[in-house]
Design a binder for this molecule. Structure first.
Ligand SMILES: NC(=O)C1=CN([C@@H]2O[C@H](COP(=O)(O)OP(=O)(O)OC[C@H]3O[C@@H](n4cnc5c(N)ncnc54)[C@H](OP(=O)(O)O)[C@@H]3O)[C@@H](O)[C@H]2O)C=CC1
Ligand SMILES: O=C([O-])CC(=O)C(=O)O
Length: 252
């Protein structure tokens, strides 16, 4: 059974721990001691608030479900320790210099940075963009205002521009746009909306290229403990881990 170290004991961490049937969570790490201890008790792991001590434990992969800041702080050390890392706060990789350094380190040490599909569908075949670049790549995300910690009386566009700029303003809400761009090989255009009339986190992907045109709409159920994060994001990590050692690989 694959042994993992969980970096981040919030909403996604709790969902992963509650469904850890095909994985063993050996150690958990969070800046908030109570959160780390609570999660550790749930999955019979050891709790840490000190990163270096956490890294002394015996696991082969780190699953990050914390923040863009945590990826910037710890991802390189994880790779240099000889472990793969699963990065949910993929917005950290919008910084080209940081991303290139991290990829270089992963190559040097022969380890992988794994980006789950998270809260969207379609990253697999959007990778065709790396061969046939899309002329259009747009993500329109619409969330209930509470997901962004704001109030709004009507449907309102709060951002229009490129993914790498949007993630700087909304690091807890638009990681999906950065993942989309990494898959398709170009920065995605983003529209971010809040709508008081909806209860789900909606992601609409529009892509056009010489392959044709694509429209994908995902109407995600928000997570129980963090409405900004769709429940699908945690399921996506669990699925990635479940398939890591599967000899049959489905999807591009
Ligand atoms: N790629 C994708 O499709 C998606 C990505 N995400 C991203 O996944 C991440 C996890 O989401 P979720 O579980 O809902 O978030 P939560 O805020 O519920 O949990 C994150 C936990 O990690 C802790 N944390 C944050 N920074 C650090 C750090 N530097 N070191 C140690 N612990 C830290 C947080 O503490 P504190 O509360 O004090 O900050 C919190 O306890 C978020 O960054 C989110 O934006 C979410 C959905 C989809
Ligand atoms: O969970 C979602 O719907 C998307 C999200 O928060 C993110 O990409 O950061």
């Amino acid at each position: 059974m694959i042994k993992i170290g969980l970096l981040g004991c919030g909403n996604v961490g709790r969902i992963i721990a509650a469904h850890a049937e095909s994985i063993q969570i050996v150690a958990v790490f969070d800046i908030i001691p109570g959160r780390a201890e609570e999660l550790a008790a749930l999955c019979h792991a050891r709790a840490y608030t000190d990163f270096d001590a956490f890294m002394q434990e015996d696991f082969s992969i780190v699953v990050e479900a914390a923040s863009v800041d945590a990826v910037r702080r710890y991802a390189e050390a994880v790779l240099r320790s000889g472990r793969d890392i699963v990065v949910l706060s993929v917005g950290a990789l919008a910084d080209v210099e940081f991303r290139e350094r991290l990829i270089e380190v992963a190559g040097e040490v022969g380890k992988k940075i794994r980006i789950p599909s998270g809260a969207i569908i379609g990253l697999d075949n959007l990778k065709i963009g790396q061969i046939s670049p899309p002329e259009k790549l747009l993500l329109r995300t619409t969330k209930p205002p509470a997901s962004l910690g704001m109030a709004a009386g009507t449907r309102t566009e709060i951002f229009k521009g490129l993914a790498h700029d949007c993630i700087k303003l909304y690091p807890k809400n638009i990681n999906v746009a950065v993942a989309l761009g990494l898959a398709a090989g170009r920065d995605a255009d983003v529209e971010l909306w809040v709508d008081p009339g909806i209860e789900r986190n909606i992601h609409e992907i529009f892509a056009e290229g010489d392959f044709g045109d694509i429209y994908v709409r995902v109407r995600n159920v928000p997570s129980p403990d963090n409405p900004a994060t769709s429940y699908m994001a945690a399921l996506s990590i669990l699925t990635l881990l479940k398939n890591l050692e599967n000899p049959l690989v489905v999807g591009t």
